[in-house]
Design a protein around this ligand. Structure first.
Ligand code: ZN
Length: 287
């Protein structure tokens, strides 16, 4: 396992971690100043400053991307299918312009939450079928741009509104069906927040192997967690055995960035510099 104690060269900052403190250009400037080499920006943050300005800032500071957040939200009612398709195609185009290595997919839950305005349903099995169909369609487009797609399984608490793919096994089953040749076009983004509780996770990481491990996200699980969306912990403040998960992905050959992604009403109140300094310190001491 790589030694992170001496520097933070493998730290990537998911820009949602400091999204309340400044826009993407300020985040990029702060990362560059702190010697952070990579980010994973969100589409709304890119849109807010303009794709061209964002791409230029990334280029001029020499930053890499560890992913692009996010594509997906594949479930909708029939009238919105074209909107879903076109939205995801735009995500591919943006990711390409920014130089992202992959697009992180949050696949969507029930249609009325995934694509608001869609007719309400309780058919989660149907939602899962739709996810695969729409993902296959997105893959066809993404392949022409040589843009890998990384399915992020989310904690089951999000099955209703954000993602009906909730385990690493489920995500890898989809990879096997849609990309049986393991071409590199489809893989997983594993986020410790979503996978740490799963008794099968280590075996599934081994099953994924290097070619399907496209991204690794870190934060911590606080006990109690007061808000499932916006109460993520800073690494070291919760109960996730992050090291054992990192060891497992690196044992498969994963050698990419450890991306810090913290949605937190607590950390959003602190200055950008303080959050980034803390991330660097925890990256060295906890990861
Ligand atoms: Zn994540």
């Amino acid at each position: 396992m790589r030694d992170f104690s001496a520097d933070h060269r493998w730290l990537s900052l998911n820009t949602a971690t400091v999204r309340k403190q400044g826009d993407l250009l300020e985040i990029i400037e702060t990362c560059a100043r702190h010697g952070i080499r990579a980010i994973d920006p969100w589409r709304d943050q890119v849109a807010a400053v303009g794709l061209e300005r964002a791409a230029r800032a990334v280029r001029e500071t020499g930053l890499e991307l560890s992913g692009y957040c996010r594509g997906g939200m594949f479930t909708s009612d029939a009238p919105r299918r074209i909107e879903v398709r076109d939205d995801n195609r735009r995500a591919v185009d943006e990711a390409k312009a920014l130089g992202a290595p992959c697009i992180v997919l949050v696949v969507g839950g029930l249609p009325q939450y995934s694509r608001p305005g869609s007719a309400a349903t309780k058919d989660i099995a149907g939602a899962r079928v739709q996810v695969e169909e729409a993902m296959a369609e997105m893959m066809d487009y993404a392949k022409t741009a040589k843009m890998p797609l990384a399915i992020e399984p989310l904690h089951p608490a999000y099955a209703g509104d954000r993602a009906c793919v909730n385990t690493t096994k489920h995500a890898l089953d989809i990879c096997d069906r849609l990309d049986p040749a393991r071409s590199g076009a489809l893989g997983v983004a594993l986020d410790v927040y979503h996978i740490w509780w799963d008794p099968e996770v280590l075996g599934q990481i081994a099953r994924a192997g290097k070619d399907r491990l496209l991204a690794f996200h870190v934060c911590d699980w606080l006990v109690p967690t007061k808000d499932i969306l916006n109460d993520r912990g800073m690494m070291g403040d919760g109960v996730i055995d992050i090291k054992s998960l990192r060891r497992a992905v690196e044992a498969q050959g994963f050698a990419g960035y450890c991306e810090i992604e913290i949605f937190s009403d607590t950390w959003w109140t602190k200055s950008m510099d303080e959050v980034v300094r803390t991330c660097i310190e925890r990256h060295r001491t906890v990861l």
